[in-house]
Design a protein around this ligand. Structure first.
Ligand code: FAD
Length: 173
């Protein structure tokens, strides 16, 4: 299953880049090779390995543009939210938002990330089937060489059960 998802995540493009780098056609300008090389060859892990690692990470990962439009989600994100990547890519992250989370939490999130800081907190999300879950969310900006925000990275996990266990423990003590 993971393998199938990996394949559907642009791995054809990554394969093409990897084989291009393995034997660039004669006469290819050095700048072109260098540009692709920075995507990962010798010192840096190959892009395919990066993708497979992110794909198989046991935490829901999304990459968005600066307006929070989703560009990529990993397999754990699909499993947790119930959204297939084909139906969620292109939508805003707010597709997961729930009225249970106070507006001030989102305002705090955006203030932090727009100031190039990482934000971490708990919010209530809902899955595709509308079932709610408590998410421990980390959002961090991805900057280019000029220090501009080009993407946001989101990572979250379901802590509903953990929260319930903590509350049960505190009731007993
Ligand atoms: P809105 O009324 O759209 O937003 C609430 C407030 O958030 C606004 O009043 C404003 O202060 C601020 N805000 C919203 N969008 C912007 C913007 N583009 N620029 C500046 N300020 C803004 N939300 C979730 O609920 N669940 C998630 O798992 C989640 N993951 C995220 C992951 C990433 C990488 C990013 C960048 C954002 C994520 N968000 C997530 C936040 C999400 O984008 C929305 O801001 C949030 O869901 C509130 O949306 P809303 O439609 O309910 O409210």
């Amino acid at each position: 299953m993971i393998q199938r998802k990996t394949e559907s995540a642009n791995s054809e493009v990554i394969d093409a880049i990897s084989s291009f780098l393995a034997s660039p056609p004669e006469g290819t300008p050095a700048e072109i090779i260098e540009a692709f090389d920075t995507l990962g060859t010798k010192e840096i892990l190959p892009p395919k390995l990066f993708l497979e690692t992110v794909e198989q990470a046991p935490v829901a990962i999304s990459i968005t543009d600066p307006s929070a439009k989703i560009l990529y989600v990993n397999y754990a994100f699909e499993q947790l939210t119930g959204f297939e990547r084909d139906e969620i890519v292109g939508k805003n992250q707010s597709v997961l938002s729930c009225n249970s989370t106070p507006l001030s939490v989102y305002q705090d999130l955006w203030r932090s990330i727009q100031n190039r800081h990482m934000w971490q907190g708990n919010i209530v999300n809902h899955r595709k089937d509308q079932q709610e879950y408590l998410a421990e969310l980390i959002v961090s900006p991805v900057l280019n060489a000029e220090g501009q925000i080009i993407y946001y990275l989101g990572m979250h996990r379901d802590i509903t059960e953990l929260q319930q266990q903590l509350s049960d423990i505190s009731k007993k003590t």
